[in-house]
Design a binder for this molecule. Structure first.
Ligand code: AVJ
Length: 326
């Protein structure tokens, strides 16, 4: 038997990546899952996106948290000590506002960030422990879309789960509901979930946020192909693919695609797999669902939460809702 191509290439292939790429590029239309964006280069590009003038999401949510985190914490705590868990913590930049409000109210707080990226968690922990005294960080590397566990809460404590940043927008509505139900199943009466979602707004604003003038989002999208070159020994020419952002009105979502103008054949050596493209063919790389007023609250209710409050910005562009277990 021949040794696997990955050995000859001296690549350490992540089976989860290999499986997702094989399935996605064999389907029609072709697709790749958005979690593949976040290798080291992709995570850096995403951080750059959050600072773009067109990408209103991060600064709008930060504004809501800056203004209302004390109120959010008071609602969630209801006179008890809070323990905070965060799903997909990433750089945990906006989380610091919530943690500072919790420390302000109760003196000290346990913070349990969960993320698939160990390097992102590491950096976030160091920053938080250095910058906010009173926060004890207990990071755990976890893919919360597969299984979800929390540290046991102490008697009399309440748990607050943070799921902010519009991360839920990457999921199909039924997947989002299942995820929130799984979170709900882990919680006790009194516990809460703080959910940040992006709202439907005028198409031009939405499109600009996913197709910025500086081309950072285009680079973020194409980095996916560069990642396959690096990790799977593929020979994509990322520049041969155009970045496309589309507003799908019927499904209330922004879609990102990569589109090739010319026919080509790409080899993924580590997978021993060839992929053919016809002119104009696309790879669907992301959905980012946008919520109509009341939709986030309806989703929380369907997942078994009582909606305690929703906070928004002056323009109603982004919302943060608190769901509680009764
Ligand atoms: C991290 C999923 C919230 O959908 O806005 C940013 C990712 N994609 N620009 C989003 C993203 C293109 C982002 N989320």
């Amino acid at each position: 038997m021949n040794p696997p191509a990955s050995l000859a290439l001296n690549l350490h292939v992540d089976e989860r990546v290999a499986e997702a790429v094989r399935a996605g590029l064999a389907s029609q239309p072709k697709r790749l899952p958005p979690w593949l964006f976040y290798d080291e280069a992709g995570s850096k590009l995403f951080e750059a996106i959050t600072e773009l003038p067109e990408y209103y999401l991060t600064r709008t949510e930060r504004g809501i948290l800056a203004k209302h985190s004390a109120d959010m914490i008071a609602h969630a705590a209801g006179g008890r000590q809070l323990r905070i868990v965060e799903l997909g913590a990433g750089s945990a930049d906006k989380t610091r506002l919530v943690l500072a409000a919790a420390v302000e109210r109760q003196g000290a707080v346990h913070y349990e960030p969960l993320d698939v990226s160990a390097s992102a968690l590491d950096a976030a922990c160091r920053r938080i422990e250095c910058e906010i005294s009173g926060v004890t960080v207990m990071p755990r590397v976890m893919d919360y879309t597969n299984g979800l566990t929390f540290m046991p809460a102490r008697h009399g404590e309440r748990r607050l789960v943070l799921y902010i940043g519009s991360s839920i927008g990457n999921f199909e509505p039924f997947e989002a509901l299942h995820l929130l139900r799984r979170v709900r199943a882990r919680l006790q009466p009194g516990d809460g979930l703080l959910l940040g979602v992006d709202r439907v707004k005028d198409e031009a604003t939405l499109l600009a946020a996913y197709d910025d003038a500086a081309g950072v989002t285009a680079a973020f999208n194409r980095n996916l192909l560069a990642r396959l070159n690096r990790e799977l020994g593929a020979d994509f020419n990322p520049e041969a693919f155009a970045h496309r952002a589309v507003w799908n009105q019927a499904k209330s979502r922004i879609e990102m695609h990569l589109e090739t103008s010319a026919a080509q054949r790409v080899r993924l050596t580590a997978l021993d797999f060839d992929v053919e493209f016809v002119p104009g063919e696309t790879i669907h790389t992301e959905n980012s669902y946008k919520f109509a007023p009341g939709k986030a609250e309806a989703l929380l209710a369907e997942a078994g939460f009582a909606v305690a409050a929703t906070w928004t910005d002056a323009e109603g562009w982004f919302t943060v809702s608190l769901g509680q277990v009764e």
